[in-house]
Design a protein around this ligand. Structure first.
Ligand SMILES: C[S@@+](CC[C@H](N)C(=O)[O-])C[C@H]1O[C@@H](n2cnc3c(N)ncnc32)[C@H](O)[C@@H]1O
Length: 243
């Protein structure tokens, strides 16, 4: 049975590729890759490896998920080594398991090679701890893509939990207002962590209330920071207390 590899490319920096990812990229004949994959990794590939960009970004979907599934199945049937290269790690908001389901249904046996997710690597790259005993005992990662889903899941504030919001920048205003409406503290720290682990990385630190008070232009401009993570919680402040 032909194998297809779902491989995590890491959160941006080429150094986040795992040894398994490097080894399979060297062998691959066909690579279907996402928009957030660092294309520098193709230097590892065979010269004639076929590279297909199937990247989906908000409002700019080059391919629908069903088309990607079909392409994967088509190439897997060729008998060549097929790599589906995904940003971060395959099963964190990458629709990776939908691809697994489609491949299994078509009779293939996909292999998962985990990567370094942006959920952890991006805050860490800005020296923001996901968990630090001084501040918290929990963090949750949630999509900010759909405000109704966010509203349903994040029901109340707990001072010892951080919230890592992915795919949420276009909904930033709705997200902060939603939290303020649920009695989250006005001065709760929030950081927007943009293009983490890359040379264009930037961090903006604020509070729920200060973000909520920004004008419309701010929320328009902030969209240029994608990909970005909205990190909400007290460990944003952790690096202020080294001394
Ligand atoms: C579709 S999700 C895929 C996540 C990926 N599977 C992972 O494990 O990192 C894409 C979201 O991840 C976050 N993201 C990915 N790379 C990032 C980076 N380098 N800096 C900041 N956020 C990033 C953003 O929130 C972006 O909208």
């Amino acid at each position: 049975m032909n194998k297809v590899y779902l491989v995590g490319a890491g959160a941006g920096d080429i150094g986040l590729l795992t040894i398994d990812a490097v080894n399979i990229l060297k062998e691959a004949d066909i690579i279907l890759y996402d928009a957030l994959v660092n294309e520098a990794c193709f230097k590892l590939c065979k010269r004639y490896a076929l590279k297909i960009n199937v990247g989906k970004r908000k409002d700019n979907h080059s391919k629908k998920q069903e088309e990607i599934n079909e392409l994967l199945i088509k190439h897997a049937s060729s008998g060549k080594i097929v790599v589906r290269l995904k940003g971060g790690t395959p099963f964190v908001f990458g629709r990776g398991f939908e691809e697994v389901r489609a491949l299994k249904k078509a009779g293939f046996d996909p292999v998962i090679l985990s990567g370094v997710s942006s959920t952890t690597a991006v805050p860490e790259s800005f020296m923001i701890p996901l968990v630090d005993r001084k501040y918290n005992d929990s963090y949750r990662t949630i999509t900010g893509h759909d405000i109704d889903v966010f509203d349903e899941i994040v029901t109340s504030y707990h001072p010892r939990e951080n919230i890592v919001v992915m795919m949420g920048v276009h909904n930033l205003k709705k997200i902060v207002d939603n939290l303020l409406g649920k009695e989250f503290p006005h001065d709760l720290p929030l950081a927007i962590l943009s293009k983490g682990t890359t040379k264009d990385a930037s961090k903006m630190v604020s509070t729920l209330k200060d973000i909520s008070d920004q004008d419309e232009q701010f929320f328009e401009d902030i969209k240029s920071l994608t990909p970005a993570i909205i990190f909400i919680g007290h460990t944003v402040d952790a690096t202020n207390y080294f001394n």
